[in-house]
Design a protein around this ligand. Structure first.
Ligand SMILES: Cc1ncc(COP(=O)(O)O)c(C=O)c1O
Length: 389
C-alpha cells in the first residue's frame, strides 16, 4: 500500500464541527445581554423533544446532571441497587452513587459491547430499583429484552444516551424506551453545546420536577423572574442543584441539532471507509448493526490484541500519537479504577468481557469535521502501525 507523507498537524480526537450559524447565534446571545437560562434553552428543548418524538425534554448542564436528577426524581436512594454496564464512563456509575444508591455491574456482550440482558437478569435482587443501560458507541442496546426485564420486575429504566442522539431500535428513538433518556452535549459528542445535557421523559410532572431540581429547588427560573413581563417572586420548594443550561450553550446546540442528520451521514461515510480499509488488517472491528436498528456512529472502536496485531494496545496509542493522530480509549472497565475497587470490592475479572475490551479498545477519530484526507491519514497510520507497512 502506498501512503502519503505523515501529516504535519496533530489531528485532535473528537474535535467538533462548528459552523457560522453557531458562531453568529452565540454572538447574538452575547449582544442581547441574556446569557443565562432563557428563550434559547426553551427552543433547544422544544427542538430536541421534536427530534426525539417525545413529549418533554429538560436541558441541564451535563449528562451527569441528567442521570443524577433522573434517579433523584425516580426516588432512587439508599438501599436501592441500580444495574449498569462496566463498559462506560465513570459518570454513569458516579451518578448512581451520588443519589446514595448502590451500583451493580452486569457484564457486556463481547460482540455488541452493550450490557448483556442475561447478565442483568442474573444480578436482580429484592433491592434492585432500576436498570441503567448505556447505548455504547451509539449502538442501541437490546431494548426488547431489557424492557421485558424491567417490566417483569417493576424496575425503573434510565437510558444513558450520551453516545446515542441518533440511535433507534425497531423504529423507536433511543431515550424514549425508559422512564428517562439522558443525553450529553460535551464537546466530543454528536450534538455539542460545550458542556450540556438533556433529560427526556414522557411525564409532564416529572419534567416539571426535574426543572425545579435543576435550579436550586426554585419554582421559577431567572427568565420568569426578570423578563419584560415584570418581576415575579420564586419559592424554594425542595433542595435542588445548580444544573441549569445557559442560553449561550443552547445557542450552539440549536444549530448543531439542525445539522444532526447531515453530521450523522458524514460519520456513516467515514465509518464505511474505515470498515473497508481495515477489513484485511489484524484488528477487531465493530460488529455489524442489528437489523431494524439505527447506529448513532459515535465511536469507531477497534480492538488491538497484542498477539494478533503484533503490538500492544498502549504501544499502539503511542504509535498513533507519533503519527500525529489523536486517539481515545472508551473505556477501561469501571472496576479497573481504584476508587470503585476500594469502595465496592470489585475486581476487573468479575466482568471479564468489559475488562478484555477495555484493555484492547482504541477509538479512532470520527468527527464530521474530518476531511477525506484526514480520514486517509488515519487509515494510513493504522495500516503502518499494525501492518508494518
Ligand atoms: C456513556 C457516558 N455517560 C455519561 C457521560 C457524562 O456526560 P457529561 O460529560 O455530559 O456529564 C458521558 C460523557 O462522556 C458518557 O460517555
Amino acid at each position: 500500500m502506498k501512503h502519503r507523507p505523515q501529516r504535519n498537524e496533530f489531528l485532535v480526537f473528537g474535535a467538533p464541527a462548528i459552523e457560522q450559524a453557531e458562531i453568529e447565534e452565540v454572538i447574538a446571545s452575547l449582544k442581547s445581554g441574556w446569557l443565562g437560562t432563557g428563550p434559547k434553552v426553551a427552543r433547544f428543548e422544544a427542538d430536541f423533544a421534536a427530534y426525539k418524538e417525545t413529549a418533554h425534554a429538560v436541558a441541564v448542564s451535563s449528562c451527569t446532571a441528567a442521570l443524577h436528577l433522573s434517579m433523584l426524581s425516580a426516588g432512587l436512594g439508599p438501599g436501592d441497587e441500580v444495574i449498569t454496564t462496566p463498559l462506560t464512563f465513570c459518570a454513569t456509575v458516579n451518578a448512581i452513587i451520588h443519589v446514595g444508591a448502590t451500583p451493580v455491574l452486569a457484564d457486556v456482550d463481547p460482540v455488541t459491547q452493550n450490557i448483556d440482558p442475561a447478565m442483568v437478569e442474573s444480578k436482580i435482587t429484592g433491592r434492585t430499583g432500576a436498570i441503567l443501560p448505556v447505548h455504547f458507541a451509539g449502538r442501541p442496546c437490546d431494548m426488547d429484552s431489557l424492557a421485558k426485564i424491567a417490566e417483569r420486575h417493576g424496575l425503573i429504566m434510565i437510558e444513558d444516551c450520551a453516545h446515542a442522539v441518533e440511535a433507534e431500535y425497531k423504529g423507536r428513538k433511543a431515550g424514549t424506551f425508559g422512564d428517562f433518556g439522558c443525553f450529553s452535549f460535551y464537546v466530543t459528542k454528536n450534538v455539542i453545546t460545550g458542556e450540556g445535557g438533556m433529560v427526556l421523559t414522557a411525564s409532564e410532572d416529572t419534567a416539571a420536577r426535574i426543572k425545579i431540581l435543576a435550579l436550586h429547588g426554585m419554582t421559577k427560573d431567572a427568565w420568569n423572574r426578570f423578563s419584560d413581563t415584570g418581576y415575579r417572586h420564586y419559592q424554594v420548594v425542595e433542595l435542588g442543584f445548580k444544573y441549569n443550561m445557559m442560553d449561550l450553550q443552547a445557542a450552539i446546540g440549536i444549530h448543531q441539532l439542525a445539522r444532526v442528520e447531515a453530521n450523522w451521514a458524514r460519520r456513516g461515510e467515514i465509518w464505511k471507509r474505515y470498515l473497508e480499509a481495515f477489513g484485511a488488517l489484524p484488528v477487531g472491528l465493530p460488529a455489524a448493526p442489528e437489523a431494524d436498528t439505527r447506529h448513532a456512529y459515535h465511536l469507531f472502536t477497534i480492538l488491538i490484541e497484542e498477539e494478533r496485531a503484533g503490538i500492544g494496545r498502549d504501544a499502539f496509542l503511542d504509535a498513533m500519537t507519533a503519527q500525529n493522530i489523536g486517539v481515545g480509549v472508551h473505556y477501561l472497565s469501571i472496576p479497573e479504577h481504584p476508587f470503585y475497587r476500594q469502595r465496592f470490592g470489585w475486581r476487573a475479572e468479575d466482568a471479564p468481557h468489559a475488562m478484555g475490551i477495555g484493555r484492547q479498545t482504541v477509538s479512532l477519530p470520527l468527527s464530521p469535521k474530518l476531511t477525506d484526507d484526514d480520514v486517509g491519514d488515519v487509515i494510513d497510520a493504522v495500516s503502518k502501525v499494525v501492518g508494518n507497512i
